[in-house]
Ligand binder design. Structure first.
Ligand code: MG
Length: 305
């Protein structure tokens, strides 16, 4: 038993704590305070709001039902009914495919790619060895056998070492989304060429924000978010957008493409096409190497779990 003084102190501390926690429960649980609602304080006898906090089996508050609506969505703030994002397992590194990726090249074979010739898909003839594959010049580009619309793409590439040639004639290849929209692959380490044709350029439209090139022979990474253009009939509704991270460096931030990137004597523009199409890797007659290629199909918010 403590002394009267100790017991009295304990009562005061309990009272102060009750005040503090009582106030905290009135505030937004994740905002550390928040403004008081513009209404008269509820009488002490009022019953708990039946549309208030939702609790899990252990009593933890896991959402609410009566907060303000979020404009443009069917949800309220902290809505307990809002679907939770799917749980996936990230790769052990940022380069490793997460559990929901479609792995297109894992170092073993090119079965997920083909040469597209005369409307037929023929087995890819590029050379596979030691966990990578290499362009075999003059065999033609390869296309993914799967078709994609909006995607996150990871791939790694290495320039021929030692480097040979200059400007566009040095380590040239490309990632051509939907067969029309090229993110340039080139040896841009101490190799001058036109800015909108260097590595990581949106070819003929935008140079990368910076030149993050590694030396010939060193593995480099592209992480690209490509949003396919959307058409309604023959009308363009939204252009394609590209976000490109090159060797961990943001070089395009949701940049709207002007159109197909192959034209040089006419302004780039769009011609309607399917919502999903293969992407291709370009044969530009240089033995560029690739490895660790995977994609994720992009989905919208609030998908079923
Ligand atoms: Mg190219």
């Amino acid at each position: 038993m403590g002394t009267w003084l100790e017991q009295s102190s304990a009562i005061w501390i309990a009272a102060v704590l009750a005040l503090i926690f009582g106030a905290a429960l009135q505030a937004d649980p994740d905002q550390g305070g928040g403004a008081a609602p513009a209404q008269a304080p509820a009488p002490a006898t009022q019953k708990p709001d039946p549309a208030g906090p939702v609790r899990d089996a252990n009593g933890a508050v896991i959402g609410f039902t009566s907060m303000a609506e979020i404009p443009g969505t069917p949800w309220r703030i902290h809505d307990a009914a809002r679907p939770h994002p799917r749980v996936i397992t990230p790769g052990s590194t940022a380069s490793a495919p997460p559990s929901d990726a479609i792995v297109l090249f894992d170092g073993k074979d090119l079965s997920k790619f083909a040469h597209s010739k005369g409307g037929q898909l023929l087995d890819a003839q590029w050379a596979v060895r030691d966990g990578y594959f290499e362009v075999v010049p003059k065999t033609g580009g390869i296309v993914s056998r799967d078709k994609f619309g909006d995607v996150q793409l990871h791939l790694e590439f290495a320039m021929p070492n030692p480097g040979r040639g200059a400007s566009q004639d040095r380590g040239n290849s490309g990632v051509i989304f939907m067969g029309f929209y090229e993110i340039q692959v080139l040896d841009s380490f101490e190799n001058l060429t036109y800015a909108d044709g260097q590595a990581a350029s949106i070819y003929g439209e935008y140079p990368p924000l910076v030149n993050a090139a590694r030396k010939p022979g060193e593995w480099q990474t592209y992480d690209i978010v490509f949003e396919a253009p959307k058409f309604k009939g023959t009308t363009l509704v939204t252009p394609a957008y590209a976000t490109v991270i090159w060797n961990g460096v943001l070089v395009h931030h949701r940049r709207a493409l002007m159109g197909r990137t192959s034209a040089t004597m006419t302004v780039h523009g769009y011609t309607p096409h399917d919502a999903e199409l293969p992407f291709s890797l370009q044969d530009h007659s240089h033995p560029v190497r690739f490895r660790n290629i995977w994609v994720r199909r992009l989905t919208g918010y609030d998908q079923p779990e």
